[in-house]
Design a protein around this ligand. Structure first.
Ligand code: ADP
Ligand code: ZN
Length: 608
């Protein structure tokens, strides 16, 4: 039953309250509605859900959505119910009676969309249930979970290959925000989509400002960022260990910031409570290990901060991508130092993975370090990593574009450093090498007789911090390697020789501006558009938010399920006087108009 384009648009408008498609959505919706399989690669916040929700409504039968996380399913379903769509979930949170009722509705053709956990879907019972039902399509969300090389591998996703075998006539649409070639290939193979078209959206997230600063006192730097740019706003802070998560959360709370810890060591109930508060309340900061975030749909996360280095650019991109789904200005901020590289290397070396896996992991880490050390546009680098031509060389919204770092010819500096590594026997870490270079006769220096070496004190032109930065950059450039087995001792590499001989050019970035100033300077150029944007009425904006919190509490759903921030902004600036005018605002579909229209108009009227 191929639906006509005008009909599709009328549903887009009446159910989702949207006036037009975004990017490649229209093509995808048409393709799937006509029964085609496909793979969709779109960044977080790009609008993936619509690509299967709309075709599910346009086609006969129920759309089955495979989704790995219960929280994600719950929020998506509450959003759909709000919009008047017959949606349900089938997962382990339901009682047998509730599950039985959902199954009955599926068979009776009473459902438009059903969200199912993969392990549930693959049970013989569920497969035979699906065989009796009329199915519109299968949507496999977070499809990168089938990839064993990926960062979110879920063994149960492998079993999804059965869908193509058992239901060859039902269209399959696989969606992910992870786009590297290896993962893409694996998804296509495992889900039998090799012949199907792959729709790739741009991975650029123009509203996210990327910043990577030199780690001094990371916690103080983080508090500075929050105070200067994100006070009272929701954010996620990532740390590597549980202990650090607890420390950072406690320290932020002492500074008056409502911060909650989240890690696998907390009991399930505490974790759920913290996650709920983060999602439902305004301005909560969650401090978490990477266990947190996947499947969190909160659109108004204003900053994502990394206090430790992620494993790869994919992980960095995905974690930072949780900021600013609503398209408003957001920060992706990371503090990083040499010890982070050593720590990540150690984790790789000490893991029990195969050598091949370790090699891939090291390559991925190197790529991330290079991103952290680049003097060029971070966005251009990120996009290039995902195989995308950046539109411009200078994005104007990353630290390097806003405050271009000066680069200098670092050949001599590099030679001094590498000779120092060589003369001290490739057995020492950064601190000792810098002591030798700057001529500090510490106990360790004298004990090893390093004050007698020709390299002792030859590095007076840089201070300790600058040497540290130079050292890190040489690691990033591959002219030095931090040996995790030898407690972070720095060793020469293949390419060191060319540098020592003066044959290889070495350009280094100058470390003159302190990170703290940097954040502040970048902040001063932050476009001033605040949430309640141009021409909007602040009093009305506040009243609308209070009204929304109230409704959300009463209905037991997150505030953004009631109305998105952008819809609130729209109402506060348009100030609709009639239901018709209200209907023209993005995010107001038929159901919301019917449910909230009168109240919203009354609110607008009483505030003017
Ligand atoms: P993803 O799953 O790709 O992370 P979502 O499907 O959750 O993204 O969509 C992200 C946001 O974009 C949501 O707030 C959604 O309402 C909005 N959105 C999606 N499609 C459109 C569109 N065509 N026009 C305006 N907003 C849209
Ligand atoms: Zn840039």
């Amino acid at each position: 039953m191929p639906a006509s384009a005008p009909f599709a648009e009328s549903v887009l408008n009446s159910v989702f309250g949207l006036t037009s498609y975004r990017g490649r959505q229209e093509e995808i919706v048409r393709h799937v509605t006509n029964g085609g399989n496909c793979l969709v690669l779109m960044p977080t916040g790009g609008g993936k859900s619509l690509c299967y929700q709309l075709p599910a409504l346009l086609r006969d039968g129920c759309g089955i959505v495979v989704s790995p996380l219960i929280a994600l399913m719950r929020d998506q379903v509450s959003g759909l119910l709000e919009a008047g769509v017959n949606a349900a979930v089938l997962n382990s949170t339901l009682s047998p009676q509730e599950a039985g009722e959902v199954e009955r509705r599926l068979i009776a053709g009473d459902l438009d969309l059903l969200y199912v956990a993969p392990e549930r879907l693959l049970t013989p019972r569920c497969l035979s249930l699906l065989a009796q039902a009329n199915i519109a399509l299968f949507a496999i969300d977070e499809a990168h979970c089938v990839s064993q090389w990926g960062h979110d591998f879920r063994p149960e996703y492998i079993g999804l290959s059965v869908l193509a075998e058992r239901f060859p006539d039902v269209p399959r649409i696989a969606l992910t925000a992870t786009a590297d070639a290896l993962t893409r290939k694996e998804i296509a193979e495992r889900l039998q989509l090799v012949e199907a078209p792959c729709f790739v959206a741009s991975f650029d997230r123009p509203n996210i400002r990327y910043e990577i600063v030199d780690k001094q006192n990371a916690l103080t730097q983080l508090k500075g960022l929050i105070a200067e740019r994100h006070s009272g706003e929701a954010g996620i802070v990532y740390c590597l260990s549980r202990a650090k998560v607890e420390d950072v959360a406690a320290s932020l709370r002492e500074a008056g910031i409502p911060a909650l810890p989240y890690h696998a060591g907390l009991d399930a109930e505490t974790r759920a409570r913290h996650q709920d508060r983060f999602v439902n309340e305004d301005g909560v900061v969650i401090v978490a290990t990477i266990a947190f975030g996947m499947g969190i749909d909160k659109p108004d996360v204003r900053f994502v901060a990394h206090l430790d280095l992620p494993k790869s650019i994919e992980a960095y991109y995905q974690e930072t991508g949780r900021a600013g789904r609503d398209g408003k200005h957001s920060s992706a901020w990371m503090a990083y130092g040499l010890s982070d590289i050593v720590q990540q290397r150690r984790m790789i070396d000490e893991s029990t993975a195969s050598d091949a896996f370790k090699r891939v992991s090291i390559g991925k880490l190197d790529a991330l370090v290079a991103l952290a050390e680049t003097a060029h546009c971070r966005r251009a680098r990120l996009l290039a990593y995902f195989g995308e031509e950046p539109g411009r060389e200078n994005c104007g919204n990353c630290d390097n574009c806003l405050n271009p770092p000066k680069v200098f010819d670092g050949r001599i500096v590099a030679q001094k450093l590498l000779s120092c590594v060589y003369r001290t026997g490739e057995r020492f870490g950064a601190m000792h090498l810098i002591d030798v270079l700057t001529g500090r006769p510490t106990d360790k220096v004298t004990q090893f007789g390093h004050d007698k070496l020709s390299v002792f004190g030859i590095g007076g032109e840089l201070n300790e911090k600058q040497w540290r930065a130079a050292l890190r950059q040489l690691v990033a450039l591959g002219h030095l390697r931090a040996d995790s087995e030898a407690f972070g001792a720095l060793k020469l590499t293949e390419s060191s020789r060319g540098v020592l001989r003066g044959e290889t050019e070495v350009w280094l970035r100058e470390q003159t501006i302190t990170p703290r100033n940097r954040a502040a300077r970048a902040g001063s150029r932050q476009p001033t558009a605040k949430p309640n944007g141009g021409g909007s009425d602040p009093a009305l904006h506040t009243a609308l938010k209070a009204w929304r919190s109230d409704i959300a509490r009463k209905r037991g759903v997150p505030a953004y399920v009631v109305l998105h921030d952008s819809t609130i902004d729209g109402i506060a600036s348009v100030k609709p006087a009639t239901l018709d005018e209200l209907r023209g605002i993005a995010g107001i579909g038929d159901r919301k108009l019917e449910r909230y229209g009168e109240e919203l108009i009354a609110l607008v009227r009483s505030s003017s």
